[in-house]
Write a protein that binds this ligand. Structure first.
Ligand code: AAO
Length: 518
């Protein structure tokens, strides 16, 4: 009896802790995926919600940091100026506060959540100068650590706590340096101070009250978990205009943990979700067949590969850093530049139940790799000569123009976002492999996917676990007005179906789901 009661208490505490801990993405209407619209303008995002993301079942968008940032001219308006706040006015390269507010409203109205990228570890770089070279022209002085628009003064920074000679993080093996010193010379906020915490929470609460559903929190490895916990406790519940009352903001924390460092992602999972960087690094290695990896080894993909527990992870194939060699950007990361592999890896992620999935949406830049490093890794989004960001034009074939890649609009990726919604809540099932790079798995009786990443054809009859009938493959085409524009798959009454996938096909994988039945 006692055991049962304490068990119940434990479960209650776990449930309570869970809801406090902000792991729930707050998706609307059974939606399941996030798209990172890197450097998009607010007006373009609003239009994209209404014309594409809402109708196609996307769950949410990670937007670029909305706070006022430094404006740099050497190099010319790099993308990373957004990661150097000079205050918390809501104006940025993506647009004004009014445009931001309008976008949040319009996206919420069509069922798409907004998650803001919150840069709260630091302000601009120490050599940011003095003046009004900021997104809305607020004056600041980086060398004096004076940011009157907040206001912050030199009292609000960590420098006295940092024990390295340079004031910089010199050794990721020393947890004190990593938390108390400057990351790449960025002025490190004293997040232990009540005043700083109150300013950060005020900024985040303003966004919550406007209707955002949560935050990607930047550079969490560089902040003490206790300091973050204090800030998260100050956050308001989500706006009841769009979310059930009492909903907590989703928090997903950027902690790069590929193993082998003093700070681990696990220190943060209690507070919210955490970005699982091993996911894209490993799946990249698998699809590239490097280090002797084979796709069939992913039978126990997820926690079986040493990733954090399922309920804590945000997963992705690439992000804005590692697609250009920043962050944990190794050569194994698969980006839109390797489009065939990218579609397969993103497809695998979206079919697999582990984690909350985030799809990357990029822009093209003049990649210039020398000795393994991209010399143009700084290049900002498609822009006019004066550095203002260009709109995202949509071509008649639904792709994007002017250098915007829009991976999320690639048919194979969009259709797998829909697949993930259709199979939501169903278990990983009916695994098959050829002991090499051909694998298949289902999601209960709602969906089935087959990959051929070998250098020979796949030709096999498999148990899909799905009801009998004719299904439309959503990779080579899709169901349109009751007809299939791609391959058709016949599933017998016993759930078995024959699959043939040549290794030379443009997209050597096939996916069917309950709603692609003809
Ligand atoms: C720019 C200039 C700097 C200049 C600075 C200030 O580039 O030269 O000093 O301005 O004037 C972005 C850009 C930065 C940019 C910054 C501010 O990426 O280039 O600096 O904006 O404009 C660490 C952090 C992680 C961070 C990542 C880039 O832990 O939080 O560096 N990501 C976020 C954002 C990012 C942003 C910031 C933070 C800052 O997503 O866009 O920076 O707001 C190891 C550690 C990682 C560490 C990397 C750094 O990773 O584990 O924690 O990330 O090193 O490279 C293997 C290892 C892996 C290791 C990796 C190193 O893969 O297994 O663990 O190698 O490549």
């Amino acid at each position: 009896m006692l055991i049962v009661t304490s068990m119940k208490l434990f479960i209650l505490a776990a449930l309570f802790g869970f809801s406090l801990a902000q792991h729930n993405p707050n998706f609307k209407h059974g939606r399941t995926s996030i798209v990172q619209l890197f450097e998009w303008r607010w007006v373009d995002i609003a239009a994209e919600c209404e014309r594409f993301l809402g109708p196609k079942g996307f769950g949410g968008i990670q937007i670029s940091p909305p706070a006022e940032h430094i404006v740099l001219t050497s190099p010319w308006h790099p993308w990373w100026q957004r990661y150097q706040p000079i205050g918390y006015k809501l104006c940025s390269r993506s647009g004004s506060e009014d445009e931001l507010k309008d976008m949040i409203t319009r996206c919420n109205n069509v069922g798409v959540n907004i998650y803001a990228d919150a840069v709260i570890n630091h302000m601009c770089g120490a050599s940011g100068g003095a003046g009004t070279h900021s997104a809305c022209g607020s004056w600041f002085n980086a060398s004096k650590k004076d940011f009157p628009s907040v206001p912050y003064s030199s009292w609000d920074f960590n420098d006295k706590k940092c024990k390295t000679g340079s004031g910089e993080i010199e050794d990721y093996g020393d947890i004190f340096q990593v938390r108390d010193c400057r990351l790449v010379s960025l002025l490190d906020l004293a997040v232990e101070k009540d005043y700083v915490r109150s300013k950060l929470a005020e900024y985040m609460n303003k966004l919550i009250d406007m209707g955002v559903a949560g935050f990607r929190v930047d550079a969490c490895k560089h902040m003490w978990p206790g300091d973050l916990e204090n800030i998260y406790h100050r956050l308001h519940n989500l706006s009841t205009a769009w979310f059930p009352s009492g909903s907590r903001p989703l928090v997903y924390q950027e902690v790069i943990d590929l193993g082998g460092e003093a700070i681990s992602a696990n220190e943060y999972v209690r507070l919210g979700r955490v970005t699982e960087f091993k996911y894209g690094a490993k799946l990249g290695t698998v699809f590239r067949k490097w280090d002797g990896e084979k796709l069939f080894y992913t039978r126990n993909w997820g926690e079986g590969w040493g990733f954090m527990s399922d309920g804590h992870a945000v997963v992705f194939i690439d992000n804005h850093d590692n697609q250009r060699g920043h962050g944990a950007g190794g050569a194994s990361i698969i980006t839109f530049w390797d489009s065939k592999l990218h579609k397969m890896a993103v497809g695998y992620m979206l079919a697999h139940p582990y984690g909350v999935a985030r799809v990357m949406s990029s822009y093209r830049w003049n990649r210039h790799i020398e000795n393994g490093k991209d010399k143009n890794d700084w290049m900002g989004p498609p822009s006019y000569g004066n550095g203002t960001t260009k709109p995202v034009p949509v071509n008649p074939d639904q792709t994007c123009g002017d250098g915007w890649v829009c991976e999320h609009r690639w048919r194979q990726i969009t259709n797998m976002v829909i697949f993930r919604n259709v199979v939501n809540g169903q278990p990983h099932s009916n695994w098959w492999d050829n002991q090499s790079n051909q694998v298949a798995f289902g999601r209960g009786d709602r969906g089935f996917i087959v990959f051929n990443n070998d250098d020979w054809d796949l030709d096999v009859t498999l148990n899909t676990g799905m009801p009998g009938g004719t299904y439309c493959d959503v990779i080579s085409g899709q169901k349109e007005g009751g007809r299939c524009t791609g391959k058709q798959i016949q599933v017998g009454d016993d759930g078995h179906a024959h699959f043939r996938i040549s290794n030379t096909e443009e997209d050597p994988f096939v996916a069917i789901h309950a709603e692609s039945k003809l």
